[in-house]
Design a protein around this ligand. Structure first.
Ligand code: MG
Ligand code: CA
Length: 518
């Protein structure tokens, strides 16, 4: 695939001529970084070669957590629908990595490439949220050695592979039973190069009283401090990330603010995707350089004829000294080195005699990329960002916080239907009317603020109430008349009974007086 002819042909292009940042990154990678990676077998040690898809993918959100912390439920909450292959329950239910992505029809597609393919599925479905982002569900983490053995694959390594490619990593914790297993802390440690992508969610926070919640929050920060270098900068969002009524509604305001912040963070991902890819290429280039120094140092120490095996053993045991020497000679910060223990393990199976000596030209090319090409691409990143200031994730739960008195701004939508179908809300309307007239209607209508006061009594979260508001304010005047208020209450009842809300009002729900709206 990488013949010399095609490489030379591609080299002639100057980075400034790239049409997009993604294209620039792809070219830089294949022309300047990949040759270094291949020469020193980077792919066998750290990460497979990047493919075209890695540069073109939609922004991705990775959910990680112990079992039953609400990962799958969180995805369901965001997209407001079930996805193929989805299983939810108190026991560990998700046993594969599932990439939830946009597709024209619903279905599950097994992923054919990669070593973890058996455990990796792609759930496709048409959904407005997935127009802008993809979300990856992962198997829940259990505690103990047994779990690691029964999996039959290196869970942390697979997560690391994903972490390198995603834009956000959301770590979920259950406030109701906070517990961080050894394997989970191993996993978090394996994500150390991607701390900038990590957000923490303290989920199910409505299940406990305020005092206990504060204690749990403190305990979480303390535990994270032992795993993450800078826990104070990792943002923790406290809330109840599903569309059910809050069990204890005391902290409703806090949960709402937290959810809005988290949603804003997720919504900004498309805009920041190019910068993320650029940062990841820089990280990768730095690791590839260090790796080249390590491998070439080992090569230098190997004898030509006798005693190869014993020398190899000695070198692996003394790898720490080799690290220190490279650190000094090339002024590399210790944080740029791969984990010593992991590297020692990987080196066991390698044939040191096949290692390559230091080839300065390959390293110079990567240095030139880091010093010059990346700076030029950064200018392009800023240009691309400014060209799409309003590109945010829309649809699903995001809609509820963007509309009406339950969020910012105001939404539009269709509310039409002409028919003489019976209005199913009609029979309960007298009951709702009684409440309606206690809410100070003016000219037959109540304000959003007054409606909100009543609607929050359902304890349903704002994502849901915002959506109900959007459906119920049929004429979009920001007020509810008696029919619209009855409809809002009917939709609340529907939701509390465990049914899903419609995306658009079906004819039998549209109030008769609104059926002829143009
Ligand atoms: Mg799950
Ligand atoms: Ca209205």
């Amino acid at each position: 695939m990488f013949s010399w002819v095609s490489k030379d042909a591609r080299r002639k292009k100057e980075p400034e001529l790239f049409q997009t940042v993604a294209e620039g990154l792809r070219q830089l990678y294949s022309q300047k970084l990949l040759p270094l990676e291949e020469h020193y077998r980077f792919h066998e040690f750290h990460s497979p070669a990047l493919e075209d898809a890695d540069f073109d993918n939609k922004p991705m959100v990775l959910l990680v957590g112990q079992y039953s912390t609400g990962k799958t439920t969180f995805i369901r909450h965001l997209i407001e629908q079930d996805f193929p292959g989805m299983r939810i329950g108190p026991e560990p239910t998700t046993d594969s990595f599932i990439a939830v992505m946009h597709g024209p029809t619903e279905g599950v597609v097994p992923v054919s490439s990669g070593s973890c393919s058996r455990r990796f599925m792609c759930a496709q479905l048409p959904n407005p949220v997935l127009d802008s982002i993809s979300i990856i569900d992962t198997p829940g983490i259990l505690s103990g050695e047994k779990q690691r053995i029964s999996r039959g694959y290196d869970f942390a390594a697979v997560l690391e592979w994903f972490a390198e490619r995603v834009d956000r990593i959301i770590l979920l914790f259950d406030a109701h039973k906070l517990d961080i297993s050894d394997e989970f802390s191993e996993v978090i440690k394996a994500l150390k190069n991607h701390e900038d992508k990590i957000r923490v969610v303290l989920n199910k926070a409505d299940q406990i009283e305020t005092q206990q919640l504060m204690r749990v929050y403190g305990a979480l920060m303390w535990s994270l401090g032992k795993i993450i270098n800078t826990p104070e900068v990792v943002r923790v969002y406290i809330g109840s990330f599903w569309s059910h009524p809050l069990l204890i509604p005391d902290n409703r305001k806090l949960f709402e603010a937290e959810e809005q912040d988290l949603f804003k963070d997720i919504q900004s991902l498309p805009r920041n995707a190019a910068l993320r890819k650029l940062n990841d290429l820089i990280k990768r280039a730095r690791l590839a350089k260090v790796h080249a120094y390590i491998i070439s140092s080992l090569k230098k120490e190997m004898p030509n004829v006798f005693g190869k095996e014993s020398k190899k053993k000695e070198l692996v045991n003394n790898l720490g000294e080799i690290y220190a020497k490279i650190e000094r000679e090339h002024q590399i910060s210790p944080g740029d080195f791969p984990s010593l223990r992991k590297m020692q393990e990987l080196l066991q199976t390698q044939d040191f005699t096949k290692f390559q000596a230091l080839k300065p030209k390959l390293l110079d090319t990567v240095d030139d990329m880091l010093a010059n090409d990346i700076a030029r691409l950064m200018v392009m990143v800023r240009q691309e960002e400014s060209q799409m200031p309003s590109q945010v994730v829309k649809g699903g739960a995001f809609e509820g916080t963007m509309n009406g008195p339950f969020g910012h701004g105001y939404g539009e939508g269709a509310g039409e239907g002409i028919d003489d179908i019976e209005w199913v809300v009609g029979k309960d309307k007298p009951t709702y009317d009684e409440i309606f007239y206690t809410l100070s209607p003016v000219n037959g209508k109540i304000t959003g603020a007054n409606a909100k006061k009543e609607m929050v009594k359902s304890k349903l979260p704002n994502t849901v109430l915002g959506k109900i508001w959007k459906l119920a304010d049929v004429d979009k005047d920001g007020l509810l008349d008696d029919e619209e208020f009855a409809l809002a209450n009917h939709l609340i009842k529907v939701k509390l009974e465990g049914h899903e809300l419609p995306t658009d009002l079906p004819p039998h729900l549209i109030p008769p007086s609104k059926r002829r709206l143009e």
